[in-house]
Design a protein. Structure first.
Ligand SMILES: Nc1nc2c(ncn2[C@@H]2O[C@H](COP(=O)(O)OP(=O)(O)OP(=O)(O)O)[C@@H](O)[C@H]2O)c(=O)[nH]1
Ligand SMILES: [Mg+2]
Length: 281
């Protein structure tokens, strides 16, 4: 703060104050120069966030039975399951527990997101895998960090001492290689750009055009249907959004089968990450 006074006229004054309006807290910067006042509002922090826990499932009943009871109801306002055609009782479990439920009509993980996104009620979404790979107790850390005004907070498997017990040589290398490539090509500062476990403003999905078919054309070359996380990481970095990370250690999968197709998805993701250098500004 500084004030330069020449006679009665304030020559220059600068002050900062915290303001609350609606659900947001702002840092207000007021600069007065020769009687002219300039007001700037900076750094918007949400005071509260409403949270949807979004869970894509494909035959995950074993993990669901162990993991879902560890999720405290006070942590989120909505639990939304998007199921890809499970035949092992996952859907019955979701109904029994009163979760919101969508059954996919098109196959492939990204359609689980695209189709169910309109059902999200929270302003903040946490994407979560119930297969044992996501530690439920990290949810409050993700929410607390979102309240500091972040657009996205990644539950990183490689941050602040966190480790993945689920990685094999190929996935460990793939996650490192993609994260490094995304940081170098698109200006990210991620330690984990590939994981599902993260929270973000729900409307980022449309702001970053993740709902559009044209965003995923590279999957056609490898005859697969890819996920949305790598593209979300790329475009959030390209837009220079406020991105944070918390430690999200990854335990082993509990039961069920791995759905990841490392070669096909790896190829499609690599082409997608490279294409983004010139496509989508
Ligand atoms: N609705 C739906 N869910 C899917 C589909 N493919 C995978 N999932 C679910 O998405 C969640 C996250 O899967 P991932 O953790 O990315 O994949 P994974 O098969 O566990 O492989 P790794 O964790 O890398 O070992 C799990 O609950 C899967 O059951 C799909 O096509 N549709
Ligand atoms: Mg998994």
């Amino acid at each position: 703060m500084a004030a330069v006074i020449d006679g009665d006229v304030i020559f220059y004054q600068f002050s900062r104050s915290l303001m609350e309006r609606g659900n947001f807290r702002y840092l207000r910067i007021r600069t007065e120069i020769r009687g002219w006042t300039l007001l700037k509002e900076r750094l918007r922090f949400p005071l509260t966030v409403t949270v949807t826990l979004f869970i894509p499932t494909l035959n995950e009943i074993t993990g669901m039975r162990v993991i879902m009871p560890r999720i405290q109801s006070s942590w989120c306002d909505q639990i939304l399951i998007s199921d890809g055609g499970s035949t092992d009782g996952t859907v019955a479990y979701a109904k029994e527990h009163g979760y919101d439920l969508h059954i996919q009509s098109k196959p492939g993980i990204r359609h689980a997101y695209i189709e169910a996104w309109p059902l999200i009620k929270g302003d903040t979404v946490i994407t979560f895998s119930p297969d044992g790979n996501c530690v439920p107790e990290v949810i409050p850390d993700l929410i607390a960090k979102m309240k500091e005004g972040y657009d996205m907070v990644v539950g990183s498997r490689y941050f602040q001492g966190a480790k993945s017990e689920d990685d094999d040589l190929m996935t460990a290398f793939g996650n490192w290689m993609f994260t490094t490539t995304i940081n170098l090509l698109h200006g990210g500062r991620y330690t984990d750009a590939m994981g599902i476990y993260r929270s973000y403003r729900a409307n980022l999905f449309r702001e970053l055009d993740l709902h559009k078919e044209e965003s995923y054309v590279t999957e056609k070359l490898l005859c697969t249907v890819m996920g949305i996380e790598p593209l979300l990481s790329v475009r959030a970095a390209k837009r220079k959004l406020k991105i944070g990370e918390v430690a999200g250690p990854e335990p082993r999968r509990i039961g069920g089968d791995r759905k990841l197709l490392p070669i096909r998805w790896g190829g499609a993701y690599l082409l997608q990450v490279l294409r983004e250098v010139y496509y989508w500004k």
